[in-house]
Design a protein around this ligand. Structure first.
Ligand code: PLP
Length: 393
């Protein structure tokens, strides 16, 4: 069955409550919640006349800017390896559709991977994340999970890593990434490394892309939705592996893209080119967004720990993933048995929108949910600019 995305469904419920006049603090949606940098807006406006259809993979200059972005991040990239699309979500879907085999996913992980796998007829092999960070399967559990999946007739060939991670808001360190890549290499898995939060890592030196370890077998996806808060502009990109696998997968992705979205809108490609060339105005803006996300995530984390939750310390993005298991007796006696019921109670009784861990592949009985902090940045655009400019957010 094709189901509505869980995050979008909660968003719609919250919009309906707001339309009915109820105040709701929406913490569940993966929205950066910050304003558009005027310099980026001006680039988009000046490209409004670009109304011709463009190349499916992106214009030569936009592809070169994607290549430059990755090359500056220690992943030397040829423009031929770059693809732009309306959102990295579209590219993730196309990559899953283009590549054979079943999908290994860290649990919990972003809602869309499992949903997309189902849409393209893949089985999902969930492997719990380790205690210290999300976005990668626990290396100690990965090999047994692959063996068990094969015994049950699955054909695990793909592994998605989220570096840094949604929903846990953590950046897995280099040691964990290396350990997982070693196993992936032994088992011939292709890695899809979703690095859309890469520039929002509060500890950037911790980031290691699997593409630098397994360059011929790693697709990296990214985009402008999170770091420059441009989710609604739908700009995503991918760095395809060099070599035969990269070329043949790109060809299949182009086949899918050409029949579905044709290309990323040309004015958006011009804006992306500007952002990805990383002038000082953009890098300063990303740094201010990162500082604010770090400050808000840290404050939310402290408040949740004080309220009795266990919670990994956030180290990236704008998510905190608390676990209220310790409060199970109190919650059960209040008639709340699952994370989803807790999320419903918070929305219905307190006007606070969060997403239950169940949506991220967590067990329904877990009292875990994701808190995104976007709407804590101020109601008006002025307030958000003030928060961004504050020395001490
Ligand atoms: N990957 C992750 C882990 C995300 O959290 C999201 C958005 O929530 C996306 C990808 C989607 O990004 P885009 O806006 O580029 O489609």
């Amino acid at each position: 069955m094709i189901k509505h995305s869980a995050t979008l469904a909660v968003n719609e419920k919250i919009s309906a409550l707001r339309a009915a006049g109820k105040p709701v603090l929406h913490l569940g949606f993966g929205e950066a919640g910050l304003p558009v940098l005027p310099e980026i807006g001006a680039e988009l406006a000046s490209a409004a006349g670009q109304n011709a259809y463009g190349p499916v993979v992106g214009s030569a200059s936009a592809r070169a800017s994607v290549a430059g972005y990755f090359t500056r991040r220690d992943l030397p990239t040829d423009p031929e390896q770059a693809i732009l699309a309306p959102g990295s979500k579209a590219l993730l879907y196309a990559a899953l559709a283009a590549l054979p085999g079943d999908l290994v996913l860290p649990t919990p992980s972003w809602v869309t991977y499992a949903a997309q796998a189902a849409l393209v007829g893949k089985r999902v092999i969930g492997v719990p994340v380790p205690g210290e960070a999300g976005g990668v399967p626990d290396p100690a559990l990965l090999e047994p999970a692959l063996a068990a999946a094969r015994r049950e007739g699955a054909d695990p060939k793909l592994l998605v890593l989220t570096l840094p991670d949604n929903p846990t808001g953590t950046a897995a360190g280099a040691d964990l990434v290396k350990a997982v890549c070693e196993i992936a290499d032994r088992h011939g898995l292709v890695i899809i490394s979703d690095e859309i939060y890469r520039d929002l890592t509060y500890v950037p030196e911790a980031h290691l892309s699997p593409a630098s370890l397994l360059p011929e077998r790693t697709i990296v996806t990214g985009g402008l939705s999170k770091s420059t808060a441009l989710g609604g502009w739908r700009v995503g990109f991918a760095r395809m592996p060099a070599g035969e696998l990269g070329r043949s997968t790109t060809e299949r992705i182009v086949g899918i893209a050409s029949e579905i979205w044709s290309s990323l809108a040309m004015p958006m490609q011009a804006a992306a080119e500007f952002v990805l060339s990383e002038p000082t105005s953009v890098t300063d803006h990303v740094a201010a967004c990162r500082r604010l996300h770090a400050a808000v995530s840290s404050a939310v984390h402290s408040a949740l720990v004080e309220a009795g939750a266990e919670c990994r310390t956030p180290s990236a993005a704008f998510y905190v993933y608390p676990d209220f298991e310790q409060l199970r007796p109190e919650l059960t006696s209040a008639g709340i048995r699952t994370g989803a019921e807790l999320a419903d109670a918070l929305l219905d009784n307190h006007g606070v929108g969060v997403l239950a861990g169940e949506h991220f592949g967590d067990t329904p009985s877990a009292y875990r949910f994701r808190v995104a902090s976007s709407l804590l940045y101020g109601e008006t655009e002025d307030q958000r600019w003030q928060a961004l400019r504050s020395e001490n957010p």
